[in-house]
Design a protein around this ligand. Structure first.
Ligand SMILES: [Zn+2]
Ligand SMILES: [Zn+2]
Length: 194
């Protein structure tokens, strides 16, 4: 049996896309597997057997905040040892109103973060996937609070392009952004419950 087959044999695939390791775990929470005469991290083996060799000195981290997950799509290689959660929380300012305002780089008002390589990603989308679920295909991630730099998952919701347009229209109509966010909660709840 190849290492890849052995890995897949001990994985449970969840509805949220995570491939949960059901074998032994390290005290740190990461899955461990005995392969090629040594104990290896299951998620690193998943990366190597599905994506490719891990560049020297890089860490394999999770986009999904689940250390036991071995879905290669939820993994990325990074120079930084800090988890995505640590990196986001380090750069947000938690405001009394509940917003977690991103203080790092931004583009068009949206916070930006680099996971691996040089590609920048919208931090609110990364936060949505980290703390909530993978973004459903074709949907955008909207801010219920109207603050583009906000990364608080409780203020984020996935919606269609037309819902985004309607939301922005309502934001413009109402001088109070908070009020706009609250009004928007109503119509959005139905598609979310599907
Ligand atoms: Zn996962
Ligand atoms: Zn917010």
């Amino acid at each position: 049996m190849t290492p890849r087959q052995r890995l897949l044999r001990q994985i449970t695939k969840q509805d949220n896309g995570c491939w949960i390791w059901t074998g032994a775990r390290c005290p740190s929470g990461y899955g461990s597997i005995w392969v090629a005469g040594k104990t290896q991290y299951a998620h690193r083996l998943a990366y190597e057997t599905h994506v490719g060799p891990i560049p020297q000195g890089l860490w394999v981290l999770h986009r999904c905040n689940n250390k036991a997950c071995c879905n290669p799509k939820h993994l990325y290689a990074s120079k930084s040892r800090a988890s995505l959660e640590e990196r986001i929380l380090r750069k947000v300012e938690k405001q009394p109103g509940g917003c977690w305002v991103w203080r790092g780089d931004a583009n068009q008002g949206y916070g930006q973060i680099v996971l691996s390589g040089h590609r920048r990603r919208a931090v609110h989308r990364v936060a949505y996937e980290l703390w909530l679920e993978p973004i459903p295909k074709g949907l955008q991630v909207l801010h219920l609070c109207g603050s583009r730099r906000c990364c608080n998952p409780a203020h984020l919701v996935a919606g269609t392009a037309s819902e985004t347009a309607r939301h922005m229209l309502e934001c413009r109509r109402n001088s109070s952004k908070r009020y706009a966010g609250k009004r928007y909660l109503g119509p959005l709840q139905e598609p979310l419950l599907e």
